[in-house]
Write a protein that binds this ligand. Sequence first.
Ligand SMILES: Nc1ncnc2c1ncn2[C@@H]1O[C@H](COP(=O)(O)OP(=O)(O)OP(=O)(O)O)[C@@H](O)[C@H]1O
Length: 317
Amino acid sequence: MSGLEVRGLTRTHPDGSGRRAVITGLDLDIASGQSTALLGRSGCGKTTLLRALLLADRPGPHDTGTISLDGAPVRAGSARRLRAYRRAVQYVPQEAAASLDPRRTILEQVARPLRTLGIEGGARAHEERAGQLLDELDIPRSRWSSRPHEISGGQAQRVAIARALGPRPRYLLLDEPVSGLDPALRRQVLALLAALGAAADPSADSASSAGPASPAEPDDDPASAERGAVPAPAERGAVPAPAERGAVPAPAEQGAVPAPALLVVSHDLAAVARICHRCLVMDQGRIVEDAPMGRILTSPAHPATRALRDAVPDLPA
Ligand SMILES: Nc1ncnc2c1ncn2[C@@H]1O[C@H](COP(=O)(O)OP(=O)(O)OP(=O)(O)O)[C@@H](O)[C@H]1O
């Protein structure tokens, strides 16, 4: 089976003198090219699931389950296999700015992981690619030699996205990509992710153009509209347009920004409705609903989904 596959995942965390199950027997399939939202209220286990998908934590004695990529189980054991997995599955953490290395320049933040992940090409090729990505994500060249504390929060978010896109991953996992951003930056990052999602998922209409989420993203702030008007990569040809993707350009022939499948963790249905075509809802460590975004917006089935939907008052019935 191709794609990312989770079977029987159980994860526990320390709780008092024992351990508490936070994820219990979870199954999940994410095909290449699918943009998927993972929603759920605080504490339901979303970050724990993302960390499991990233092999970020050593499983505890009671933790079970397998994660496979294209049918091959992945384990943290071998450094070579782990690197190969990390090239395929990349991550943008919730505190993107804090995840940047304070000692390194913006260009190095993006170029260096290409070396550590064993991406082909030397330092010069890696810097070229990093520069291409920073250009695509609208980081001014005058900032490339800056340190993270010298750029804005929105720029840091885009640098973290550039860093994750560097190895041309097949999957991009994002943890709350717009929480804490001001409305203008939120629009900008959402436009970028919507373009990536549309490029990765050419069979589906752009969720951002579907309309339902628009009322929750008011365009009433001229400054916001102006800053949000940073052209998304798809509009500039960096991400292959959906129709062009049928021609299956080899990754090296694509623009600087490839089109990975997105898995976007959020509390915020209005935000992910603009980006994702499939929606998973988690509650108490389980996936309680898995449906197309349109159905989640119009006829949520599970009480946890209804609560998330009702929290966005301006969505049309
Ligand atoms: N390292 C840890 N040690 C102990 N308990 C933890 C740890 N990490 C998370 N938990 C607990 O596990 C549960 C799930 O946490 P998790 O961060 O996965 O939830 P979440 O859905 O991502 O929440 P949020 O939306 O608030 O980020 C919570 O009850 C949390 O307190």
